[in-house]
Design a protein around this ligand. Structure first.
Ligand code: PRT
Ligand code: MG
Length: 210
């Protein structure tokens, strides 16, 4: 049995063609059914559908052999005990600071709202800025508007969400894409099967060499 953890939504949609390259085709559609374990065209391959932030946890504990997760989630999770064999180049975006468009430049002591507590803390200390991090679970854009924080740290794709709320992106913390991750014990025990999946997915990725 091979179990792959994945979140529904953008990552699932963009991962489907890559899984298909490894001849893994889900039978159920997570948009249409409430099943958390999806059967595939292979009786011994299942997809488990979980929250994006839970994917590294499932793979780390071996509840799933492999998974697909954003680099933002992996860094915040601090997943040292996972293999990360492939950058899939999907669900790309940027982790950025953002503030009110008319906000003055940030001082040396600031309040920051984010769901990326560890990543933000690390970033601001590397900049020599003393940041008090306020953990939020959503609607980060609201925080600077209501005086909860001087700035936010969040993912930016088109920038439309920030713009719609009178904010603008400021500093780039890192570029983000989704990665294939593998449980270390599974990599040993199911080496042949997992290696084949990695190679087939890799062959479907756009080549990085010119
Ligand atoms: O949505 P849910 O609460 O269930 O969980 P989630 O937000 O963790 O999952 P999901 O599916 O929304 O995101 C999963 C992964 O997709 C993230 O961990 C990122 O690696 C990646 N990704 C890529 C993004 C975006 N682009 C993105 N734009 N995740 C979120 N966004 C959000 C962003 O947080 C902001 O609210 O989209 C908004 C900004 O988009 P623009 O286009 O307006 O700039
Ligand atoms: Mg979301």
């Amino acid at each position: 049995m091979l179990t792959i953890a994945i979140s529904k939504g953008r990552i699932y949609e963009e991962a489907l063609p890559l899984l298909a390259a490894a001849d893994i085709i889900p039978i159920d559609d997570p948009k249409k059914c409430r099943k958390l374990i999806l059967d595939t065209n292979h009786p011994d391959v299942k997809l488990v559908i979980i929250r994006a932030t839970d994917v590294p946890t499932f793979v780390e504990y071996g509840a799933a052999d492999m998974g697909i997760a954003g680099k933002d989630v992996l860094i915040e999770h601090g997943a040292q005990s996972l293999y990360e064999p492939l950058d899939l180049g999907i669900s790309t975006c940027r982790l950025m600071t953002a503030a009110h468009k008319d906000a003055p430049p940030l001082g040396r002591r600031i309040r920051v709202a984010t769901k990326y507590v560890k990543t933000a803390q690390h970033y601001f200390s590397s900049q020599g800025i003393q940041a008090e991090i306020i953990k939020l679970y959503g609607s980060m854009e609201l925080a600077p508007l209501v005086g909860l924080a001087d700035c936010i740290v969040d993912l930016v794709d088109t920038g439309n969400t920030l713009k719609a709320n009178g904010l603008e992106p400021k500093d780039l913390i890192m570029t983000i894409s989704s990665r294939l991750i593998v449980n270390k014990a599974s990599m040993k025990m199911k080496h042949q099967q997992i290696q084949t999946v990695i190679e087939q997915i890799a062959s479907a990725l756009p080549s990085t060499t010119p």
